[in-house]
Design a binder for this molecule. Structure first.
Ligand SMILES: Cc1cc2nc3c(=O)[nH]c(=O)nc-3n(C[C@H](O)[C@H](O)[C@H](O)COP(=O)(O)OP(=O)(O)OC[C@H]3O[C@@H](n4cnc5c(N)ncnc54)[C@H](O)[C@@H]3O)c2cc1C
Length: 498
């Protein structure tokens, strides 16, 4: 497991610790679980089964006070502590072997809507589907994960992209207030007004500073959305047409304007989707925040490219986050990458060839996918909130092998590394050729000196200093103040300033 942890000198959990926790929590509604308990295995489950580890004990809290008791105990005793939000990290960073797990997802998923102020009050273990469903009756939505079962916790703390990013920026750009349990056990409400420095740290490097028990996010009026999939046979002609239409819609002009003007989003993918009965297909995922008529005009190039299947329709907003619904519980390795528009047809074609080669003749790998995400990056670039260091005109790509047999672990992880290496070489050569759209030129570093890579998509190989770039020393100061003994050390851990 390649999780990014600082040198972890924490100890495992003993039977005495379990007894101590049971007695500290005796008068509360929190439950302490050990491997013998029936509910234990649900807490250990992760979106990728390869990311599961056997905690010696699990606490499922229902309040910030209960979280505080557990964090304080783990801190004082030097126990290895993991926190599970939605459990979607594929790098094992919400799991612990032999340590203590706080499972926020078990009982802390409530979402309250303030319809007057248009705010979502979201408990720290909620999934984006919980938020979507709470907003639906009020026709309210916010920027959130594009797959409903993903956790609000990890996704927000690392920045957060969603279908609405073209209009509203990142999730952290819409984050108003947090309730956090710090390493000391202190429960603190934090906002840009009350604690600007700590809140800045939470917005991008949040998993370093505590357990967030409540997120307050800005909500927006949101009616029905046009969305769906267009499927094409993987012919060179289809690749050329779909890539050309995508480039035309999303490539920013000299003034940073795109034809979709923040209202379109989606992606271009290579996959073997179920309706194609295992065959490789070229897929265009399309969303449009406007009417069907406008959408059909905007996406004319994609319709003219001759899709053989078309699921597009006007749908309630929550449906957009069920469009891509990779199965839960396979083995998976999410490997993020970056690219800049325009996509070169030859590059797309090469990836398609590699995808076909990888998945051909091995049924165990057939759910894998390569995805170019598309959205209008202007709003993400325009905002500047937080310690998140990867803003820029580049877009996210994703290589996501999914499989079931442990014997395929190495093969699949290596393939993901090989494919993202192709993306990196492409990004470098595009930067050299145009010097446009790539903030850091050929160095592959963005404006803030960070690698041009979304940390939440790549929790395996990247290092904290590369993910946070020039923000790293400032984060070290914060870490020294709020988590000097590195209790929260599992994902892009920041070493406290000496
Ligand atoms: C199918 C799928 C779809 C995805 N789609 C998107 C997307 O649309 N946009 C996007 O930006 N990213 C997306 N991601 C990436 C996602 O942001 C990361 O996987 C993220 O880590 C998931 O958060 P989680 O809470 O579900 O994960 P977990 O594995 O539970 O947690 C990940 C990290 O966050 C910490 N954490 C979680 N909750 C809390 C909390 N309340 N307080 C403190 N720490 C906490 C954990 O300790 C761990 O370090 C997707 C991932 C998957 C697998």
């Amino acid at each position: 497991m390649g999780s990014i942890a600082a040198s972890n000198s924490k100890r495992t959990l003993s039977n005495d610790d379990i007894s101590a926790l049971e007695s500290l929590l005796a008068s509360t509604t929190a439950t302490v679980l050990t491997p013998q308990d029936a509910d234990y295995s649900a807490s250990i489950k992760r979106w990728s089964s390869a990311a599961e580890k056997p905690a010696a004990g699990v606490v499922t809290p229902s309040t910030s006070e209960e979280v505080s008791i557990v964090v304080k105990y783990a801190s004082e005793q030097g126990i290895d502590l993991a926190v599970k939000g939605g459990g979607h990290s594929t790098a094992g960073v919400s799991s612990t072997s032999g340590g203590l797990l706080i499972d926020m997802n078990a009982k802390m998923r409530k979402v309250r809507v303030d319809t007057e102020k248009k705010l979502f009050y979201i408990e720290g273990g909620a999934s984006w589907g919980d938020v979507d469903q709470a907003g639906l009756p009020h026709k309210l939505a916010t920027v959130g994960g594009t797959v409903a079962d993903t956790g609000v916790g990890g996704l927000t703390l690392g920045g957060g992209y969603g279908w609405l990013s073209g209009q509203r920026g990142l999730v952290i750009d819409n984050w108003i207030e947090a309730t956090i349990v710090l390493a000391s056990g202190e429960i603190k409400k934090v906002s840009a007004k009350t604690d600007p420095e700590l809140f800045w740290g939470l917005q991008g490097a949040g998993q370093n500073f505590g357990v967030v028990t409540e997120f307050v996010l800005q909500a927006y009026d949101q009616g029905d959305v046009f969305c769906g999939m267009l499927l094409y046979p993987p012919t060179p002609e289809a690749v050329e047409k779909v890539v050309a239409a995508t480039n035309d819609l999303y490539t920013p002009d000299a003034n940073g304007k795109t034809k979709v003007a923040g209202r379109g989003a989606g992606g271009v993918a290579f996959a073997r989707p179920p309706p194609a009965e295992g065959k490789v297909m070229l897929m265009a995922v399309v969303l449009y925040f406007g009417t069907e008529q406008e959408a059909k005009e905007v996406y004319k190039g994609l319709y003219d490219a001759g899709p053989v299947a078309d699921t597009t329709a006007m749908v309630p907003y929550p449906v957009t986050n069920t469009l891509l619904a990779p199965p839960i519980g396979l083995r998976a390795s999410m490997k993020g990458t970056a690219y800049t528009l325009p996509i070169r047809t030859e590059f797309a074609q090469k990836l398609l060839t590699e995808y076909t080669k990888f998945t051909d003749g091995n049924d165990d790998l057939g759910v894998s996918i390569i995805l170019f995400e598309v959205y209008d990056p202007a709003q993400v670039v325009a905002h500047d909130a937080g310690s998140f260091a990867n803003r820029g005109w580049h877009l996210n790509g994703m290589v996501l092998p999914m499989w079931t047999k442990e014997e395929n672990d190495q093969h699949c992880r290596q393939w993901a590394r090989d494919m993202t290496a192709l993306f990196k070489t492409e990004l470098e050569s595009q930067a050299e050729a145009t010097s446009k759209g790539v903030d850091g030129g050929v160095s592959l570093r963005g404006k803030k000196g960070a690698t041009m890579l979304y940390g939440n998509y790549d929790q395996y190989d990247e290092k904290s200093r590369d993910i946070f770039g020039e923000n790293y020393p400032r984060l070290q100061k914060l870490k020294a103040e709020f988590d000097p003994s590195n209790v929260f050390n599992k994902l892009f851990a920041v070493t406290p300033q000496a």
